[in-house]
Design a protein around this ligand. Structure first.
Ligand code: AMP
Ligand code: MG
Length: 370
């Protein structure tokens, strides 16, 4: 049973885990006894976000060997999990959506596995996380795009429109046939949206493959979603440190950190309304939608989840963002090796006891001596 302690930081109303913070926390030099050097690079062409890779390796060549493989694999997975674009010669999630109600689509294992994983977590979260909500999420996406393009005409979708789309979100109508390697959406009006899971799931695939190739010490940031491998091989620290940042402060400054979490071989994902939103009549409407109300959920400014698996962390941060605190706490308590931190709109922070043990503000450090 995990205990939860609450405390308040009234000045910090909005918080975010920024991947970029990690490089700041890493900026200490290596011990003269370490044979490893820290290399880092970023790329921008996958999953609509900035991907940053930090690797401790024994040579530049070794770093480049991994980096090329990592980039290529992220690109491949981006194309497979894309719901907006077609690519020559491959069936991706858009192909499945375009074939809804018409025919099963033959797809690669990476898609079959993702869809099965998402179906299972829809069940485990009691429908809170639901990739079959494409019809509803598409409406919010289109209204948001319109409002961002021209704020003077920003408007909300009507309840009728949302309720009509909400009729076509049945996860049981997402049919996976492993024998024939197909996915079929059994209703022509439904569609998949994997925005809450694809980045984390893809990161986990890439990480597992790089570990199999021999990568020992690395940190991946997929737009702020962090996955670490091993410990930092600088000869100094025992754990990676990942900053939880106040987005009202410049992300390039170490001030404004809400906290730092120290952990190895795990992932941290965050969900927050500040990440993608538009404004109607002075009020912000963001992108994480409660399947019951079909409206943006407004319980928190930020939810951060730590889990060994980056796909699980991604799903759980989205699911917890939509659940009232007691329900969210009970969900996370039932998941092995997952921890959470919630930032309330009034700045109050709640965290599971396992998360508290990793937090700098409560005494955790990344050094050898603790
Ligand atoms: P994240 O930033 O990981 O919390 O994911 C947010 C994205 O997930 C949104 O932009 C939508 O594409 C999608 N999404 C929003 N609400 C839900 C939900 N209740 N279940 C599944 N996906 C969702
Ligand atoms: Mg997510």
């Amino acid at each position: 049973m995990k205990l939860s302690v609450n405390w308040t930081k009234p000045l910090i109303r909005y918080a975010v885990v920024f991947g970029i913070t990690m490089s700041l926390l890493l900026s200490g030099c290596e011990s003269p006894h370490s044979t490893y050097t820290k290399y880092t690079d970023s790329f921008f062409d996958t999953f609509d976000t900035v991907m940053t890779v930090v690797i401790y390796s024994e040579s530049q060549e070794e770093f480049e060997f991994y980096l090329e493989k990592i980039k290529a694999r992220f690109r491949e997975l981006h194309e497979l999990y894309d719901i907006y674009n077609n690519y020559e010669g491959i069936n991706n999630l858009k192909t499945i959506n375009d074939s809804a109600g018409l025919e099963p689509v033959k797809v690669r294992k990476e898609i079959l596995d993702l869809v099965l994983f998402a179906k299972e977590w829809c069940r485990l979260t009691d429908g809170t996380f639901n990739v079959a909500m494409g019809s509803v999420l598409r409406i919010w996406h289109d209204y948001r795009q319109e409002g961002l393009h021209d704020p003077s005409i920003a408007r909300l979708p009507s309840k009728t429109e949302l309720r009509e789309a909400g009729k076509y979100t049945d996860i049981d109508k997402v049919i996976v046939d492993l024998e024939n390697s197909t996915v079929f959406l059994a209703d022509g009006k439904m569609s998949l949206d994997v925005g809450a899971v694809a980045k984390g799931y893809a990161t986990e695939i890439v990480v597992k493959e790089m570990i199999a190739l021999g990568l020992k010490s690395a940190m991946f940031s997929a737009g702020g979603q962090i996955r670490t491998i091993g410990k930092p091989l600088d000869g100094i620290r025992e754990r990676w440190g990942v900053g939880i940042h106040d987005p009202k402060q410049s992300i390039l400054q170490d001030e404004g950190l809400l906290d730092v979490i120290f952990f190895n071989d795990a992932s941290v994902a965050n969900s927050g309304g500040y990440q993608r939103y538009y404004v109607v009549d002075g009020k912000a409407y963001h992108h994480i939608i409660d399947p019951d109300t079909l409206m943006p959920a407004n319980y928190y400014d930020l939810v951060t989840v730590l889990s060994a698996d980056s796909g699980v962390a991604d799903i759980l941060s989205t699911a917890l963002f939509v659940l009232p605190y007691e329900k969210g706490l009970s969900l996370i308590e039932n998941v092995d090796e997952a921890e959470a931190l919630w930032v309330m709109p009034n700045g109050e922070i709640k965290a599971t006891s396992g998360m508290q043990r990793l937090m700098r503000s409560l005494g955790a450090t990344g050094s050898k001596t603790d």
